[in-house]
Ligand binder design. Structure first.
Ligand SMILES: *[C@@H]1O[C@H](CO)[C@@H](O)[C@H](O)[C@H]1NC(C)=O
Ligand SMILES: *[C@@H]1O[C@H](CO)[C@@H](O)[C@H](O)[C@H]1NC(C)=O
Ligand SMILES: *[C@@H]1O[C@H](CO)[C@@H](O)[C@H](O)[C@H]1NC(C)=O
Ligand SMILES: *[C@@H]1O[C@H](CO)[C@@H](O)[C@H](O)[C@H]1NC(C)=O
Length: 227
């Protein structure tokens, strides 16, 4: 009985290894050095997508994210939307952030649009894939500026770019002051493209593209190491 159990457990382990999702990884240094990721594939078809870059570094108290969207043509946002509104219905760049190494159920969803409006919420997604009928909830950060979030956004239409630099307080992840070095994270990065002609349809891009048109499948989150 004991041996049979050991054999079954070993076989299960082998299967889990063989079926594990391959995800990218990046090392992130202390600012002002940065770790950079770049992506140019759509979700879920992996067809060409406008190049998108994210430069990451950490300070004593914050994660600094510099998002750059290349080959932008629409700069499409809804000017009547403010903080934590559904800006993801239009064009945004996004980071999903979790401190830890497992596939998370709860993570931070951070977004910014070309109008410099941000969205910041904790997501509760216990199925880890937003399966139909499972809970799927958002807990919004109600006073992001007071909590230490901020953003700066610059549009450069001749160059077809927009860039947002976003500050995220590390305390919301229980990283105490000066304790970021050595922490390990799971993250994914996304961008949405739409236009007045195609809205509400969107083209989606990701650093680690899930196999469905959904961003909320956490086994696809890449590995991020603060070094
Ligand atoms: C912008 O958002 C407002 C408020 O949600 C909505 O009433 C309006 O229809 C939206 N405009 C466009 C162009 O989508
Ligand atoms: C989604 O997750 C649930 C368990 O959390 C699992 O049963 C289901 O097979 C998953 N669906 C897909 C499409 O991976
Ligand atoms: C963007 O929003 C931030 C607050 O998050 C503000 O400090 C900044 O001045 C705004 N404007 C631009 C152009 O980035
Ligand atoms: C959105 O996509 C659907 C399905 O492909 C299509 O039928 C519809 O015409 C599209 N709408 C726009 C505004 O492009």
């Amino acid at each position: 009985m004991h041996n049979l159990f050991a054999l079954t457990a070993a076989a299960a382990g082998l299967f889990a290894t063989a079926s594990a999702t391959k995800v990218p990884s990046v090392n992130v240094p202390a600012c002002p050095r940065v770790g950079s990721i770049s992506y140019s594939k759509s979700v879920p078809d992996l067809t060409p997508f406008p190049r998108t870059q994210v430069d990451l570094c950490y300070t004593d108290t914050s994660l600094e994210l510099a998002f750059t969207a290349f080959d932008e043509v629409n700069y499409y946002f809804n000017a009547s939307q403010g903080i934590n509104d559904d800006i993801w219905e239009y064009e945004v760049m996004e980071a999903f952030l979790y401190k830890g190494t497992d596939d998370p159920q709860t993570y931070v969803e951070l977004e910014v649009n070309p109008n410099n409006v941000t969205y910041q919420a904790f997501v509760y997604n216990p199925s880890k894939n937003r399966t139909a009928g499972a809970p799927f909830d958002h807990f919004f950060v109600s006073d992001p500026a007071a909590d230490g979030f901020s953003a700066t956004t610059v549009l450069n239409k001749p160059a077809k770019t927009w860039k947002s630099t976003v500050t995220v307080p590390l305390g919301i992840f229980n990283v105490d002051e000066c304790k970021a070095k050595g922490t390990q994270w799971r993250m994914n990065f996304f961008r949405t493209i739409t236009s007045p002609e195609t809205y509400p349809n969107q083209t989606l891009g990701a650093w680690s593209p899930p196999n469905e048109a959904s961003f909320h499948i956490s086994k696809y989150f890449g590995h991020v190491n603060f070094v």
